[in-house]
Design a protein around this ligand. Sequence first.
Ligand SMILES: NC(=O)c1ccc[n+]([C@@H]2O[C@H](COP(=O)([O-])OP(=O)(O)OC[C@H]3O[C@@H](n4cnc5c(N)ncnc54)[C@H](OP(=O)(O)O)[C@@H]3O)[C@@H](O)[C@H]2O)c1
Length: 254
Amino acid sequence: MSTTTSGLAGRTALVTGSTSGLGAGIAVALAEAGAHVVVTGRTRTRGEAVVAAIESKGGHAVYIPVDFAAGPDAIGDLAASASKASGGHVDILVNNVATLLQPTATADVTAERIAAAFAVSVTAPFLLTGLLAPEMARRGEGAIVNIGSISGIIGAAGSALYGATKASVHMLTKAWAAEYGPDGVRVNAVAPGPIATERNQEFADGIAPILARVPSHRMSTVDEVSAAVVFLAGPQAGNIHGAILTVDGGATTV
Ligand SMILES: NC(=O)c1ccc[n+]([C@@H]2O[C@H](COP(=O)([O-])OP(=O)(O)OC[C@H]3O[C@@H](n4cnc5c(N)ncnc54)[C@H](OP(=O)(O)O)[C@@H]3O)[C@@H](O)[C@H]2O)c1
């Protein structure tokens, strides 16, 4: 892997939910850009496979298991372990983990489901950022990239709960930019439209009508979304704070 042109050589990055899907792609892309990456998720076999993929290309990564639904102690343990595995501090935090939800009528959404979705998609990144951002601020540098969604920007029937979690992630991005930006920590978000993950191949029929209205007429690739994350995490985005960068083929523009 080249570490000379990327700008992330010598940086450490924690990517939540990186045992599969977009998070795995972001972990690989950050490693290709030179960062030492902490891969997280519940499934050890998949996490170790992502680490092996990174190491096979000459990159550096470690897997640390976590279940974000387990509450604040588990999140505290992850923050401590990730900092230790990163030589004392995490430079880049990518809050990617979320509970993906199939369209559901609001009347059919239970209180338990709302609590569970917010616990993983909002409370977990909130607490993790609260644990890691102050050290970034103390050091006077750091980057946080939150993964939002176009579902947090445009309303869609059946996506009230998922959309609410993603709109929350967008607002956290702006609030944290205001809170930590003055101390040199840049906080931004990437808001993807549908991504061609393995999992989304199952839902291709449901996604097709959405894509018909999108200017590009296609899903984004994992690589395209990951590239936006690497850009926002790196020095070329040096004066970008609080941005919500859509990677959606123009879905939110028309
Ligand atoms: N896919 C899309 O089309 C799309 C579009 C817009 C935005 N997004 C956003 O992109 C992000 C990634 O989506 P994705 O499609 O890649 O999702 P995904 O394939 O379902 O991957 C989710 C990741 O999170 C981990 N995870 C889930 N629950 C967890 C928990 N309780 N504790 C720890 N880890 C957990 C999973 O690993 P384990 O199972 O090993 O725990 C996995 O690595 C999300 O923020 C999503 O909202 C996705």
